[in-house]
Design a protein around this ligand. Structure first.
Ligand SMILES: [Mg+2]
Length: 170
């Protein structure tokens, strides 16, 4: 099962702190959460985040605001609904856009690299690499709000599907 995801985060060259995560599964299931435990004082001092990311978050009273430990539990459940001891087609395949930071944010939900739950891949595939590999450079315009993690995740899925379709037509 393919999962397309995006995270918004605060990073300062040393630490990387989850703000929000959106995941869209190949079968249409969706997950979205905002990290209650982020360092909101530091985020408030970050002009780019305040202008580009924070306006798209739901109100703090919204149930999407959750403690990081709860997000970790729910993401694990979301990605591994049918995970057993052997690899199956249902095992997760992760995709994101410029995925390197997103993968670290996702992995650090669970702690260190060694704490990543069994069955969650230790890498994320980059749709940006798919552009290079396939030569398909005409990408669809984003329909939803940019820097809203769920809208961005939906767009990652759209881009992936468009590239695969265009490649088949080549
Ligand atoms: Mg984003």
């Amino acid at each position: 099962m393919r999962y397309f995801y995006d995270t918004e985060f605060h990073e300062d060259g040393t630490t990387i702190d989850l703000i929000s995560i959106g995941i869209v599964a190949e079968d249409g299931r969706e997950y979205y959460a905002v990290n209650k435990d982020a360092d909101w004082d530091r985020i408030a001092d970050h002009q780019w985040l305040m202008w580009n990311v924070i306006p798209h978050l739901p109100l703090m009273t919204d149930p999407a605001w959750k403690p990081k430990a709860q997000i970790a539990r729910e993401v694990k459940e979301f990605l591994l609904p049918a995970h057993g001891p052997r690899p199956t087609p249902d095992d997760p395949e992760l995709w994101a856009w410029f995925c390197s930071y997103d993968h670290v944010v996702l992995a650090q939900l669970f702690g260190t690299m060694m704490d990543l739950p069994q069955g969650i891949p230790m890498y994320t595939n980059d749709v940006r690499s798919l552009v290079d590999w396939t030569g398909v450079e005409r990408l669809p315009k984003q329909a939803g709000t940019e820097h809203d993690a769920l809208a961005d995740a939906q767009h990652v899925k759209t881009m992936y599907e468009d590239i695969i379709r265009a490649q088949a037509d080549q």
